[in-house]
Write a protein that binds this ligand. Structure first.
Ligand SMILES: NC(=O)c1ccc[n+]([C@@H]2O[C@H](COP(=O)([O-])OP(=O)(O)OC[C@H]3O[C@@H](n4cnc5c(N)ncnc54)[C@H](O)[C@@H]3O)[C@@H](O)[C@H]2O)c1
Length: 333
């Protein structure tokens, strides 16, 4: 592929893997990241790097022009649900207002494709699972609202402006590649916390809620390997670049496996993969946690020809465990 791509949030967990795959496909890649939660060491040396915010109009404009960017993959965002509840304004300012500055600049620079990291959080607590893209969007926290709202901005702005936008609604990103893994502080995701308990870096993994109406009483989620997510971005970019029929449109696609796993199942597989005890501590439900979130995945398959190939729970835990052991202190290791 010959695209010249600006990747926002390319120093983050998912963005760094997207950058690796784009570079491997022959793209010219420019990363903009303010390092608020990302790591400079996570960005491949073949990519150009600018430290700064997507809300800095002058910086974004100069990058788009200087690097002759023709596509934007926009992953930069704040992504902690609890923090979004405590400080919704911080989330609106970054995930919607600053993102709009980026989109405006991209439109002025005649960028033709825009791929956006959306989330299953746009759906809230849907009554019907698996969740299709046509499920009504009723987010239950400010984080999910910002993702829904920016998707709406994309629908409005791209119509008749010659830009094709693809929103990828990830379910639960997990796993690692041999070069990149998850290094968040605080870490709120289940799998890194399970592995920290396996390694003895935390006393136990909390299991929030054991009385859900699920097979074993714990919450069920759809875990999707970060490398499969990155592959979908490469395909979305190809679609947006080549699909003349799609020009000027905005399409949203779920990225998941279509299979849910409970917290207890994750802990069980982690015990097998690590050979460690993985102590678990049962706690009450967290307010706002739905019982089950599982993607209907037919649309991404039909539109992108995408199928997850690395997302069995075993592979996810094994790759995450390999990365964890090689980087016990994340990118500082
Ligand atoms: N991890 C998941 O399971 C998941 C699920 C659904 C959606 N998402 C979305 O995917 C994207 C990436 O998630 P992640 O898990 O890799 O998170 P992450 O925190 O590791 O990556 C986000 C990156 O964006 C950067 N950033 C934040 N605000 C910025 C700004 N204003 N300007 C420049 N850079 C900025 C951060 O420094 C970080 O490197 C986010 O948009 C997130 O909402 C993630």
């Amino acid at each position: 592929m010959t695209a010249r791509v600006l990747v926002t949030g390319g120093a983050g967990y998912i963005g760094s893997v997207v950058v690796d795959q784009l570079l491997d496909q022959g793209c010219h890649v420019v990363v903009i990241d303010d390092l608020s939660s990302g790591h400079r060491a996570a960005v491949d040396a073949r990519a150009a790097f600018a430290q700064g915010s997507i809300g800095d109009r002058a910086l974004v404009e100069s990058l788009l022009a200087r690097e002759r960017v023709d596509a934007v993959i926009h992953l930069a965002a704040f992504a902690l649900v609890a923090e979004s509840v405590a400080n919704p304004e911080k989330y609106r300012a970054n995930n919607v207002t600053a993102a709009r500055v980026l989109l405006d600049a991209a439109l002025r620079a005649h960028v033709r494709c825009f791929v956006f990291s959306s989330s299953c959080a746009v759906y809230g607590h849907p009554a019907i699972v698996p969740i299709t893209e046509d499920t009504p969007q009723r987010p239950v926290n400010p984080y999910g609202e910002t993702k829904r709202d920016f998707e709406r901005v994309l629908t409005e702005y791209t119509a008749d402006r010659g830009m094709t936008a693809v929103s990828l609604r990830y379910f639960n990103a997990a796993g690692a590649t041999d070069r990149r893994g998850e290094d968040h502080d605080p870490e709120t995701h289940l799998i890194p916390n399970v592995l920290a308990a396996a390694a003895g870096q935390r006393a136990a993994v909390p299991v929030f809620g054991t009385d859900y109406e699920t097979a074993d009483g714990t919450a069920v989620r759809d875990y999707i390997h970060v490398a499969d997510i990155a592959d979908a971005h490469v395909r979305a970019l190809e679609l947006a670049q080549d699909g003349d029929a799609a020009r000027g449109s905005h399409i949203a696609l779920n990225l998941g496996t279509g299979t849910g796993h409970s917290v207890r199942q994750v802990v069980e597989v982690a015990r097998r993969v690590t050979g460690a005890a993985v102590p678990a501590q049962e706690q009450p439900r967290r307010p706002g946690d739905p019982p089950a979130l599982v993607a209907a995945v037919g649309r991404a398959r039909a539109v992108l020809g995408w199928r997850p190939t690395r997302s069995s729970l075993e592979d996810i835990l094994k790759t995450a465990w390999d990365w964890y052991r090689a980087h016990p202190h994340g990118y500082r290791s």
